[in-house]
Write a protein that binds this ligand. Structure first.
Ligand code: GYE
Length: 349
């Protein structure tokens, strides 16, 4: 009797365990289910954006969202990396799990992508890099890149400065420059800093200091305040984006500085990058920013063209750069040439 009783208990426990197992298996299954997507006829794109630090970035995000709509036949999964590479890597892994059709990556910095891009490649998902570049040993880890030539942008701004000084009889040795850099290690920072260093070296400009200001207005203002306390001879502020420039202008105004391109009359000249922010464009009209080297953020349609080519089995160009010019207040310098190529100079009206 006792034996039978224990046997019944054992059988009950065994059945309960079996139900438990199948339940937990069910759970895993449904987890997976929620990760995989209802694709329908849509082409699914996972976009890992690096953050939301600037007006350039907002315009870039907007361009992607406007392009990859359901009406256009796409499903866009957007992930904001909040300036952290670890978040971007996590987003890419999630896209791989979800088995998206394409991954688009705007990387916060250049290095550290080899492993996760290899995972995407092994999963057979094409990766399109936009805006900033990745520095990987094996270029087959991504399908193609579209963005700007940042060193060229830096050179254009410096070429304008050089010509402006020539036209207004400012001796190059009179220039005392500070550089508010972007996020260290990002392509935009590396290229724009390199362009300035080259010109400063070749033209004997005094490059007083380079400080990171993270492409933000707040940091631009903070760093500029510190620099103004440290140096009393700054007459050129080279800002690696417009938001930093707006912050620097606030700090200059607070310190009672005259802002403008007339270095010989004691003004402090501000040079910047992007040209998408309306406030910064207004500063050009008011001669507070002397020159903006254009950086175009509208990559959505460019990525769409690439995807359409890939869908047709064609091979897009591995690297493509956007054509850009400079924005100025007047035509004292009406032409700029870098490496014997001429770039458009536009007055902002
Ligand atoms: O210039 C800046 C930003 O990578 C080109 O990033 C981009 C830069 C842009 O936040 O405003």
């Amino acid at each position: 009797m006792k034996k039978r009783f224990f046997l019944t208990i054992y059988i009950c426990l065994f059945i309960a365990a079996l139900i438990g197992c199948s339940k937990s298996a069910d759970l895993n299954y449904s987890d997976k289910q929620s990760d995989s997507l209802e694709k329908g006829n849509l082409t699914v794109i996972g976009f890992s954006q690096l953050g939301a630090e600037s007006d350039w970035r907002s315009a870039n995000t907007e361009s992607m969202k406007e392009t990859f709509t359901e009406e256009n036949g796409y499903k866009l999964i957007f992930e904001d990396g909040q300036q952290k590479q670890a978040n971007q890597i996590m987003a890419i892994r999630k896209f791989i799990q979800q088995d998206v059709d394409y991954i688009v990556l705007a990387p916060v910095t250049e290095t550290g992508w080899d492993t996760v891009l290899k995972e995407a490649k092994d999963a057979g998902i094409p990766v399109i890099i936009i805006d900033r570049m990745v520095d990987v040993d094996d270029e087959s880890l991504f399908t193609c890149y579209v963005g700007s030539d940042f060193e060229l942008e830096g050179k254009k701004a410096c070429e304008w400065l050089k010509s402006y000084c020539e036209k207004t009889f400012v001796n190059p040795s009179m220039l005392h420059i500070v550089n508010l850099q972007g996020n260290i290690g990002s392509s935009a920072q590396i290229g724009r800093t390199t362009g300035l260093r080259k010109y400063a070296y070749e033209n004997h400009w005094d490059l007083l200091e380079e400080v990171p200001a993270d492409f933000t207005q707040t940091k631009g203002r903070e760093e500029m305040r510190k620099l103004l306390k440290k140096y009393d001879n700054i007459n050129v502020v080279y800002c690696e984006n417009d938001n930093e420039a707006l912050g620097a202008i606030e700090a200059l105004e607070e310190a009672g500085k005259m802002i403008g391109p007339n270095i010989r009359y004691g003004e402090v000249m501000v040079i910047s990058f992007d040209g998408i922010n309306e406030e910064a464009r207004q500063c050009v009209r008011e001669n507070k920013i002397s020159c903006i080297a254009e950086c175009n953020p509208l990559h959505g349609p460019r990525v769409q063209t690439i995807i359409e080519m890939l869908e047709l089995g064609k091979t897009p160009m591995k690297h493509s750069n956007v054509s850009e010019g400079i924005y100025v207040h007047d035509l004292i310098v009406d032409k700029i040439r870098v490496d014997s190529i001429e770039y458009p100079v536009t007055i902002l009206k």
